[in-house]
Design a protein around this ligand. Structure first.
Ligand code: UT7
Length: 325
């Protein structure tokens, strides 16, 4: 009998501060940076984003999302035997956000670690958790995507600062004989590191290099539309399914045009696309679990639905997870 990793609870957290495009544009204008609601909506589909408070870190938001997911799953933190956090914006260089979340949840003992694959981070983390569950080394895993990209944005660069937001999303996975994750597919190609990166690092007490996000948007756009189709098809092939079997496509929420192009390339109907980028902006590793939780809570996604989750981001990294919810 095959062991599946089944999602038994989801949760999410968005910081209180919400900025519409018009509000962000007005703030940027004060610094001489010109943008507009029209440009942002037309080129990205983004209408608003949330920004964390000064004293809020990824671990705080991750813990809030985790609490919701644990409640939805009907289990306590002590029932967990694995915690993985996907993030590129940890509270500190080390220790990991995952160990901080573990402590904030009031538990100890189980393995806890971070996965860093930028916007593909949640797909990577889910795949690692699934492998550990299938191998028998974990039975109940908490998998979180949490980011404070507002801390690494250059608010004088209009080509990037209007795109990102903060937040966290979480799922609890449980080993089950009932169907759950059906197939996973991961990839990376380090030759693209310069098209999306934060090149700065800590060196002997100082920051060396630029500690803000740099992106060649058009280059990332072009790569993203290609790999998102490829990884979805590879995942479907592994599960012996076709795109017609997918009830909901939840791609990384970066740009509505990339998402619409993916749905079109997969010859799926546009109403199967889950969209939260309009309200959240690009929250990197948090975007997929945020979109998943919003759709579960709104009743859009129901038990038994087949979901294709897929991510793409810095590295370059990309991948997909196909599952029965
Ligand atoms: O999370 C990881 C994955 N990331 C992504 O998937 C992002 C992928 N890339 C994109 O989503 C798009 O490339 C962007 C949204 C970043 C940019 O859209 P684009 O259609 O590729 O625009 P562009 O970079 O070609 O810029 C078009 C114009 C330029 O002006 P000129 O040269 O045509 O006069 C930019 O200077 O838009 C200008 N522009 C802006 N104008 C107003 C760039 N940013 C802004 C802005 N407001 N915020």
């Amino acid at each position: 009998m095959r062991t599946y990793s089944r999602i038994i609870g989801t949760g999410s957290y968005l910081p209180e501060k919400r900025l519409t495009n018009a509000e962000l544009a007005a703030e940027l204008a004060q610094q001489g940076v010109e943008t507009s609601d029209d440009w942002i909506v037309e080129r990205t589909g983004i209408r608003a984003r949330h920004f964390a408070a000064e004293n809020q870190g990824s671990s705080d938001m991750a813990t809030e999302a985790a609490r919701q997911a644990l409640t939805a799953a009907g289990i306590t933190p002590d029932d967990l035997d694995l915690i993985i956090v996907a993030t590129s914006t940890p509270d500190m260089v080390f220790p990991s956000v995952a160990t901080m979340v573990q402590h904030k949840l009031g538990t100890a003992g189980c393995p806890a670690f971070d996965v860093q694959a930028v916007c593909s981070g949640f797909i990577y983390a889910l795949t690692v958790a699934d492998a550990m569950i299938q191998s028998g080394s974990a039975k109940r895993a908490l998998v979180i995507g949490a980011e404070v990209f507002s801390r690494i944005l250059d608010f004088t660069d209009r080509t990037t600062c209007v795109l990102f937001g903060d937040g966290a999303g979480a799922v609890v996975l449980e080993a089950s004989e009932t169907t759950g994750i059906l197939a996973t597919d991961l990839h990376a190609d380090g030759k693209y590191k310069d098209i999306l990166c934060v090149p700065g690092h800590v060196n002997r007490g100082a920051i060396l290099g630029d500690p803000v996000l740099k992106m060649d948007g058009p280059a990332v756009f072009k790569l993203a539309v290609g790999v998102l189709e490829e990884t979805a098809r590879a995942c479907l092939l592994k599960a012996n399914l076709t795109a017609a079997d997918i009830d909901w496509l939840i791609p990384h929420q970066a740009n509505i045009r990339i998402m619409q192009s993916t749905v079109k390339k997969l010859k799926m109907s546009a109403d199967k696309l889950v969209v939260t980028v309009d309200q959240h902006g690009n929250t990197s590793a948090a975007s997929i679990p945020l979109a998943l939780d919003a759709s579960v809570r709104s009743g859009k996604i129901k038990r038994g639905d087949t979901l294709m989750l897929e991510g793409v981001g810095g590295g370059f990294t990309w991948g997909a997870v196909l599952l029965n919810y």
